[in-house]
Design a protein around this ligand. Structure first.
Ligand code: IVH
Length: 673
């Protein structure tokens, strides 16, 4: 018999595991054990809805959107911080503090200034009752439902206290990069920086959308903290005891030299933090001293921000480089006068597409402002000074083969239709074929490919298999050993290849590693695939491909086009003639709870996607690359793309999270349709 007390104990146990995971980053049980507890809790809640408590770990995400955010008026405004940009200004702050304390020595705490979104959490009797934005300081917005989805935000504190805390919601640099990678893969514009993304996410009306954004929080101030603690470090220790995340980086400094040294020290360490920081916050520790110093109408006199030098820099654009990609996409790249940004030298920056070139109105010799988005990918923010030079425009013909360019209907992308007859696409195709994740030919990099093409030793990927050590040894920069090594690497790659890897390496549009697998399973080898295409007309072939899991019409048409393309056919024939026609190992479909089910896995998960897919296959499930009417479940991790969700909605596919997947794999009552 389970009692309500058992239920509460279980909910508390899970909340404690959440804290260990999200607050202390020190979990004490495995994900599987956690999932098992969560499934039990869900089961109890389903059986006894009247037992459910608002702070239950199952109740972080509200099931429906809100129409607007009510205003919140606060008694103690959220002040901002006065800024300093150099040592002299910091020294002036220190002198003011000493003066304000009548010569008494202050103790400082130096901590990172997190470049996130300011929030305030209100707890009553230990329960989260309100989560609000900063707004203009006095009037903010009630975004409680959204902040509940942020895992470090405790729904219930370890003690039943009344408390108002302030802090920052942020997205780590790694999570931000993952979000943008997913957006790029889905053909969506990348987000500009983690701060705006966090702010935008918190202001979404649908908490379910918010929950998909991997946000974290760090809390740093207690309103009226002097009731509970004697100083800042003391208050942080209290917050941590109550189960809230606080920064572990708090350097103490008790005189000017120590303060200067602490600030200096952070200059090099800031990049090592997992989140972006735009400076440091220097705070007087003692609450008595803070009271003595007081506040102005805008800032506290007991704290100051020390801003790091800007990460936006200006430089001159030298020229426009027109890049021809593997699929023929023509992308504009600005070649820059090399300049240091956020620790690396930037000399080229992608402008993404020609609409962007038109928007920026760029030309040779312009001065531009650049920044690294998420401190990783450089971007042009705008032009600060225009040179008297012609403005850049989209080319009419391919810079490599001179073919007239085409614009795919409704898309911003310009393409060269000449495919493999275009030297630049040929280069890119060989580079892709040899690359990691495809044929993995060690040592066959961009420069060597250019050399081989230049020397006329290869025209296409099939020619790689004709290379001999003797032939290579005649080339510049090739010694006998390096020539032998490359030939051996190509032989190894040929040996190791499966049909699905080869198929993906050929770079057919939309056919990546996942899609290639059902096709490879069905046809067994490349020669059989083209033979099947020859044996029937296009429509019948497309229809037969569409029967495969994860293969929809767009993919099927791309495969059909490839099989009937003159250049592609010539390459395929050459590959087969060189015995590059590997067989696909047969996968016995495991028998398990997921037998007969097709799943698509997407978004950022708690473990590598390949692991999750392997677990599904081990349970008898099949993996598909895109959602179709043949899909049974879409397993959605954080930041799942809109396209996939829309496809799932269209085809009535159940969208489940990792926890529900774990339930399915164990073969327990699914709890989903
Ligand atoms: S203390 C009255 N500590 O910076 C002082 N603020 O420009 C309260 N911020 O609005 C702020 N990291 O959103 C404090 N460690 C930190 C911070 C921090 C980031 C933000 C905060 C504040 C803004 C001031």
């Amino acid at each position: 018999m389970t009692t309500r007390a058992d239920y509460l104990a279980l909910a508390e146990e899970l909340a404690e595991h959440d804290r260990r995971y999200y607050v202390d980053a020190a979990p004490t049980i495995s994900d599987v054990e956690y999932d098992r507890l969560l499934v039990r809790l869900r089961g109890l809640e389903a059986a006894h809805p009247d037992w459910i408590v608002e702070w239950s770990p199952t109740r972080r995400v509200a099931p429906a959107p809100v129409s607007s955010f009510p205003k919140v008026v606060r008694d103690t405004p959220m002040l901002s911080l006065d800024n300093t940009y150099d040592e002299d200004e910091l020294r002036a702050f220190h002198d003011r503090v000493i003066k304000g304390l009548d010569g008494e020595a202050p103790g400082y705490v130096v901590e990172p200034k997190i470049d996130g979104f300011g929030i305030e959490l209100t707890y009553k009797g230990g329960l989260l009752v309100l989560g609000a934005t900063r707004g203009d300081g006095t009037i903010g917005e009630d975004v409680t439902a959204n902040l509940r989805t942020v895992h470090g935000v405790a729904l219930r504190l370890r003690e039943p206290v009344d408390l108002i805390v302030r802090g920052e919601v942020y997205i780590t640099k790694a999570d931000f990069a993952a979000i943008n990678a997913a957006r790029a893969a889905a053909g969506e514009e990348p987000f500009k920086n983690p701060r705006n993304t966090a702010a935008g996410s918190i202001k979404q009306l649908d908490p379910r959308e918010v929950a998909r954004r991997p946000m974290k929080t760090i809390l740093y101030e207690i309103v009226g903290g002097e009731r509970l603690a004697k100083g800042h470090l003391d208050a942080l220790a209290l917050l941590h005891r109550l189960g809230l995340p606080v920064s572990e980086h708090n350097t103490q400094a008790s005189d000017w030299d120590a303060l200067r040294a602490a600030v200096e020290d952070w200059r090099d360490r800031r990049d090592a933090l997992p989140y972006e920081v735009d400076g440091l916050v220097i705070k007087v520790d003692s609450f008595d001293q803070r009271a003595a110093l007081g506040v102005t109408s805008k800032f506290p006199r007991w704290a100051i921000a020390y801003k790091f030098p800007a990460r936006q820099v200006t430089t001159t654009v030298k020229e426009l480089e027109i890049n021809v990609g593997r699929t023929g996409a023509i992308t504009p790249v600005a070649i820059l006068e090399p300049v240091e940004v956020s620790g690396t030298t930037v000399s080229r920056v992608s402008l993404h597409n020609w609409d962007q070139v038109a928007r920026l109105d760029l030309g040779d010799g312009d001065r531009v402002l650049i920044e690294k988005a998420g401190e990783i990918i450089p971007q042009v923010l705008g032009v600060t000074e225009r040179a008297a030079t012609p403005r850049w425009t989209a080319p009419a013909s391919c810079p490599s083969c001179d073919s007239p360019l085409e614009r795919e209907d409704g898309k911003v992308v310009l393409v060269c239709p000449n495919r493999l007859a275009c030297p630049a696409q040929r280069h890119a195709a060989i580079e892709f074929f040899a690359g990691r994740g495809q044929m993995n030919i060690d040592g066959l990099g961009e420069k060597i490919i250019a050399q081989l093409l230049e020397a006329g030793m290869v025209q296409d990927v099939a020619d790689l298999f004709d290379l001999t050590a003797d032939g290579l040894a005649g080339l510049e920069r090739f010694g006998e050993t390096s020539a032998r090594n490359l030939v051996a690497a190509i032989a190894r790659a040929k040996e190791a290849a499966t049909f699905s890897r080869l198929l993906a390496a050929l770079g057919i549009a939309h056919v990546g590693g996942v899609v290639a697998r059902p096709i490879a399973q069905r046809f067994g080898r490349l020669s059989a695939l083209v033979a099947a295409a020859d044996a029937q007309d296009g429509e019948a072939f497309v229809a037969s491909l569409c029967e495969l899991d994860g293969v929809g019409e767009v993919i099927a048409r791309a495969v059909d086009r490839f099989c009937r393309d003159e250049h592609a056919r010539a390459i395929v024939a050459k590959l087969i003639a060189r015995d590059v026609d590997p067989e696909e190992p047969r996968v016995e479909v495991a028998d398990g709870p997921l037998t007969g089910k097709t799943l698509v896995v997407t978004g950022t998960l708690s473990r590598p996607r390949a692991e999750v897919q392997a677990a599904i296959e081990a349970a008898g499930g099949k993996i598909a690359g895109s959602v179709s009417k043949k899909t049974h479940y879409l397993v959605a991790g954080a930041d799942v793309g809109k396209t996939k969700l829309e496809a799932a909605a269209k085809h009535g596919v159940a969208v489940i999270d990792e926890v529900a997947l774990a339930v399915l794999i164990r073969g327990e009552a699914p709890g989903v349709p």
